[in-house]
Design a protein around this ligand. Structure first.
Ligand code: TXA
Ligand code: MG
Length: 322
């Protein structure tokens, strides 16, 4: 397996492979996804098995227009519409009641009565979805519970040996801009619940919905999302969070100005200027680079718990659990 530049021609080839039941990794604005046609049971089973993903963890359905959302859900509540109007296409996933008459595979939904759906913002993802003109499931294109891919080379490294040359493809659309997965909000209960903080900031959601989500409320609600385990997004090295400087033998993942004494050769900085968006973009790829150095422990500087920093801290704390 190799990667293919996401040219119009290759997107077309990828669309044909998908329609024939293949699986295709493609860039979205958040992370790379591993796509399969949402009604194709065999292809979806392969996605689960290639990733080593537990079957009780449902997948996000990706579509390119609202019409497709309406074709697979029982409708969109008003407060969800407020977000949709402003933030779709974008890093926002809505969990909505599933319309039984539609043909999204049961295993993609982990047998639930709800369905997670999003319109991604990346031009390659949108073009691919339009070509196929039917919904695609796409989990992050990494081995289950490990670091999400923000480059095509990450996908190749994780899954290259498991994808098949004649049926599957990895489309390379460059580095993903946001670098952290979409924010998942459940709109199937009386009040919306954030199941996963992500690319769309919680402050923005609070303002638009006049809600008061905060980190602790999110912590309380954590178990609601099926398959979102405490241990997730993990590098091979152990993470030591909220560190001021690295101990001997530790790698270092800094944020903002580094401590004066930092001379570790295994050090990286998420954003020297302390920019949280830049840090999100670098998070998974820098953890991968440090991991490749085969160090046992990585000390990580404290990341401010605001804006997309909330999602960064969520991934780091899951990455740090055993
Ligand atoms: O940014 C993203 O969302 C990326 C790109 C590729 O689109 N995708 C992604 O997919 O992160 P995945 O499979 O790695 O994460 C999907 C999350 C999981 O936490 C899963 O539990 C949740 O969405 N989910 C899916 N369906 C759900 C449902 N019906 N109810 C509650 N949570 C659901
Ligand atoms: Mg994932």
């Amino acid at each position: 397996m190799k990667t293919y530049k996401a040219s119009l021609k290759n997107i077309n080839v990828a669309a044909n492979l998908l329609l024939k039941g293949g699986i295709v990794a493609f860039p979205t604005e958040t992370v790379y996804g591993l796509g399969a046609v949402a009604s194709n049971k065999k292809a979806i089973e392969r996605v689960y098995s290639v990733k080593g993903r537990p079957k009780n963890n449902p997948l996000i359905v990706h579509v390119y227009c609202l019409e497709q959302v309406l074709s697979i859900t029982k409708g969109i509540p008003n407060n969800a519409n407020i977000l949709i109007e402003k933030y779709w296409p974008g890093p926002l996933t809505l969990v909505l009641p599933y319309k039984n008459s539609s043909n999204i595979c049961k295993i993609a939904r982990a047998n639930l009565k709800t369905i997670a759906v999003r319109i991604p913002k990346h031009p390659v993802a949108l073009k691919l979805l339009k070509e196929i003109n039917s919904p695609l499931i796409a989990p992050s294109a990494n081995i289950a519970q490990h670091l999400s891919p923000t480059k095509a080379s990450h996908v190749l490294k994780d899954l290259g040996k498991k994808l098949l040359k004649h049926t599957d493809m990895i489309l390379d659309g460059g580095d993903t801009l946001i670098g952290i997965e979409s924010t998942v909000i459940d709109f199937t209960k009386d009040v919306p619940i954030i199941l996963r903080p992500g690319g769309l900031n919680i402050d923005i959601i609070n303002k638009e919905l006049q809600t008061k989500f905060n980190k602790s409320q999110y912590e309380e609600n954590k178990p609601v999302s099926p398959g979102l385990f405490k241990k997730h997004y993990s590098p091979h090295a152990t993470l030591r969070l909220n560190a001021d400087f690295p101990y001997k033998e530790e790698g270092w993942l800094g944020f903002g100005k580094d401590p004066n004494n930092i001379k570790e050769k295994h050090n990286m900085n998420l954003s020297l200027s302390g920019n949280l968006e830049e840090a999100a973009m670098n998070l998974f790829s820098m953890l991968r680079l440090l991991d490749e150095k085969k160090i046992k422990k990585i000390a990580v500087k404290k990341i401010p718990n605001r804006d997309i920093g909330i999602a960064i801290n969520d991934r780091l704390s899951r990455g740090a659990s055993n």
